[in-house]
Write a protein that binds this ligand. Structure first.
Ligand code: ATP
Length: 356
């Protein structure tokens, strides 16, 4: 079989090549398509499970190596595309039409950088080619509009076929709807909680998200009613918990973890923010202000993966304030690279959860 060059011999040599995260054969996962042979030139499409695949180059290389084993092959051309799988459903929760994966970014307490992570992960996924929405559900501090440069924007309510619909606003490749657009910012926080249910329903059924690979939900901090309402209403593909190295925040993360588990939302991992300090005048220096290895230790204790550690960097805050996320403003900075790696790790975990 292997000594003749044919579509089936190409698939045969590719069969042992696995997706490193899914640990399954690319051929069996239907990730190899359109195999064509033109004299010695073999071409095919590699359909990844996310455009943000961190292992893209390795997989392509493995495929090329495998096909080159066949006699008569002079060239291997791999066309890479992606089809994000749809999250597994829960019988009691109805998803949002067209939205494949809803992801919660949460934190045990406020101010740990949850929104910063949510916004930059959303933009990084969009940069990779994914269709991304961001639902800023943080009723206490809806600051995603500022961070995406959309502070002055208003969601437009218009008459749709089945009643009023809301169109998200758009910047840096991300569609955004924020609680900040719908709540009165001068209203006391205690009145905002009860409004949440109604607003969530609007987000679910009235926002015209269109087709999305990922809808990132910037959750309110903590584990109160607002979080329960959200996790009950929206079927989540997974949750990411943002924490800082200090112990108090870590304790709170444990509560968050338990809440998601009780709500049958898989916890994809934790992100340690403000892990170490990089001074602006010495970007190659690295100060472990809170000691090192805290994130790793906590991840181990909690039994979930550590998705990444983000340094404390002034330009990261400045990017947020200016409405130009660091992954756009300074993609080469340490914090941008760390955030991009977190985005890719999340995308990888979502694919694994959907396909295994
Ligand atoms: N790694 C970092 N380096 C520098 N500044 C950061 C970093 N992470 C977050 N910040 C800054 O800290 C502040 C709080 O961050 P952010 O708003 O993302 O936190 P949050 O957890 O979402 O807070 P809240 O609960 O109030 O919504 C912001 O000014 C942000 O720019």
């Amino acid at each position: 079989m292997l000594d003749t060059l044919s579509t089936s011999s190409v698939l045969e040599v590719l069969r042992p090549v696995q997706d490193p995260e899914l640990r399954k054969s690319l051929v069996e996962l239907n990730m190899i398509r359109n195999v064509k042979i033109d004299n010695g030139k073999v071409s095919f499409t590699l359909v990844l499970t996310t455009p943000a695949c961190p292992l893209r180059e390795f997989i392509v290389e493995d495929c090329q190596k495998a096909v080159k084993q066949l006699p008569g092959v002079t060239e291997v051309a791999v066309d890479v595309t992606a089809e994000t799988p749809q999250q597994k459903g829960l019988p009691d929760r109805t998803g949002i039409a067209g939205v494949k994966n809803i992801l919660a970014i949460s934190s045990g307490k406020g101010g740990v950088g949850k929104s910063t992570v949510a916004v930059n992960v959303a933009v990084a996924l969009a940069q990779s080619g994914a269709k991304v929405g961001l639902l800023d559900a943080d009723i206490y501090g809806p600051n995603a509009p500022t961070m995406l440069g959309l502070e002055q924007a208003q969601v437009a309510v218009r008459q749709g076929e089945k009643g009023d619909v809301l169109d998200p606003v758009f910047n840096h490749g991300v569609k955004l709807v924020s609680m900040g657009f719908l709540i009165d910012k001068d209203q006391p926080v205690i009145w905002r909680g009860p409004m949440l249910n109604g607003i969530i329903r609007q987000f679910l059924y009235q926002v015209q998200w269109g087709e999305l690979d990922y809808l990132i939900v910037d959750m309110p901090p903590g584990t109160g009613d607002a979080q329960l309402t959200l996790t009950q209403a929206v079927p989540m593909a997974g949750a990411v918990i943002v924490t800082t190295p200090q112990n108090v925040a870590l304790l709170d993360s444990r509560k968050g973890l338990r809440m998601f588990q009780q709500m049958q939302v898989p916890v994809l991992g934790i992100v340690e923010n403000m892990s170490y300090f990089i001074p602006p005048d010495a970007p190659d220096k690295h100060y472990d202000i809170f000691g090192s290895g805290g994130g790793e230790k906590t991840a181990k204790e909690l039994g979930v993966p550590l998705l990444g550690c983000i340094p404390l960097e002034i330009s990261l805050r400045q990017g947020g304030d200016r409405g130009i996320p660091i992954v756009v403003a300074e993609p080469e900075s340490a914090s941008a690279k760390a955030l991009m790696a977190v985005a890719m790790a999340i995308a990888g975990k979502v694919s694994v959860a959907a396909l295994t």
